[in-house]
Design a protein around this ligand. Structure first.
Ligand code: HEM
Length: 377
């Protein structure tokens, strides 16, 4: 029931968004339930308060997939259980530090591989689409581009060309608090088939190390769809101003400023009772912290937190930057062809950002002019 209230609140708030800004929220934090209903849910609207909570040891990571996983049998959710048992995003203190160290090495290899990828590989991924024969959208071109880059990362980690098509690359994003059981099982089926195919491939035929398996799962479950949102937004910008002399500077400032990254919120659970902004938080209460969206933080123009803050700051940030830079490079090669053959489209980020969907007005092409319309699902 409380979860339902949280969904309603998020869609209500984002649906009230005006051109370029969200409606003013008078309180920095709102409680959605009363004490008689057990642990409470808080929505945190102000970025400065979100940052304080993210740095506060009286909160811990929320195990938001645990309740739904407890309803699924182990075999049909094997990869997902491994992911939540070993991904830093679900871990606290000691185990967190060890897992961050483990995962950084495969991500560093991917960063190098993407930096050194020949641009012709990306051109080959999109040129067949740009022949003017289909109604092509920025979203579809984004899928082709990010899909190709993600597959190159998976190949770098595993040493095997991954038997995945683009549909599957973007179908296994489960990093959201309201996942359904059927969704988890479907994602697990795809992931299990992928891991099996890699491990039994004639060029490999041995298990992935735990760190490499975690990196493969993390890229697919947490990385692909936010990057697709970034790519779609960049493509929209190119379509709107292909001839602009400052297109290059405009694209660069968009990604350098991280003003367009699409994370909506993260969750934390209170473990030590205390007061915040006039509210008494108890152990077990959950906070939804709004971090930012395609135009920065929804509720405060002063602070942007799209990649998180504190010890759980995004560990894929370096790789995401390199991926974004390569997409920009490609767009500059094909700006005119893209403008001629591709239509702008809504920035959709998939299940991991289930609650914000942006209209195709999402980027005007100039960083200072960002206009986003959020629509409730
Ligand atoms: C290559 C792509 C990416 C990978 C592999 C990746 C991986 C990760 C990992 C492993 C964490 C957990 C860090 C920890 O708990 O210590 C994380 C956290 C996070 N990532 Fe990423 N990420 C990627 C792209 C992105 C993008 C594009 C965004 C922006 C929208 C983003 C936003 C976040 C946020 C906000 C957190 C913090 C979550 C929290 O505090 O609970 N990530 N990411």
């Amino acid at each position: 029931m409380n979860f339902l209230k949280a969904i309603q609140r998020v869609t209500h708030i984002t649906g009230r968004r005006h051109e370029g800004s969200f409606a003013e929220m008078s309180d920095p934090i709102e409680c959605l339930s009363d004490a008689s209903q057990g642990p409470r849910i808080y929505m945190v609207y102000r970025a400065s308060l979100a940052r304080t909570i993210l740095a506060d040891s009286r909160f811990q990571q929320a195990q938001f997939l645990a309740p739904i996983l407890s309803l699924c049998d182990e075999e049909s959710t094997r990869q997902i259980r491994f992911f939540i048992d070993s991904n830093p995003a679900f871990l606290n203190a000691d185990r967190h530090a060890a897992q961050v160290e483990a995962i950084q090495q495969p991500f560093a290899r991917c960063e190098d591989a993407i930096r050194n990828l020949n641009i012709s590989v990306l051109l080959e991924a999109i040129d067949p689409l740009l022949d003017g024969s289909d109604d092509l959208t920025a979203h579809q071109v984004g899928i082709a581009l990010v899909g190709r880059l993600m597959r190159h990362c998976l190949e770098t980690i595993s040493g095997v060309d991954p038997p995945l098509d683009n549909k599957e690359v973007f179908a296994v994003d489960i990093f959201q608090p309201f996942a359904k059981r059927s969704h988890l099982v479907r994602c697990n089926t795809i992931l299990d088939a992928l891991i099996n195919a890699i491990e039994n491939h004639p060029d490999r035929q041995c298990p992935l190390s735990d760190a490499d398996r975690l990196a493969v799962l993390t890229l697919l479950m947490m990385g692909a769809t936010p990057l697709l949102a970034v790519a779609t937004a960049l493509l929209n910008a190119v379509i709107r101003s292909p001839d602009s002399a400052d297109l290059q500077a405009s694209l660069a400032s968009l990604s350098n400023g991280y003003s367009m990254l699409p994370t909506n919120f993260v969750m934390r659970e209170c473990v030590v009772p205390h007061h915040i902004s006039g509210h008494s938080l108890h152990s077990g209460d959950t906070c939804y912290l709004f971090l930012g969206d395609v135009s920065g933080c929804p509720f405060s123009s002063s602070l942007k937190l799209p990649l998180g803050y504190g010890s759980h700051y995004c560990k894929g940030a370096g790789l995401a930057k390199v991926v974004t830079a390569r997409i920009q490079e490609l767009l500059l090669y094909r700006a005119n062809e893209i403008a001629e053959n591709v239509c702008t489209s809504a920035v959709q980020v998939g299940p991991a950002s289930a609650f914000l969907k942006y209209s195709d007005a999402s980027l005007s092409g100039v960083a200072s002019d960002l206009v986003i319309n959020a629509q409730p699902h």
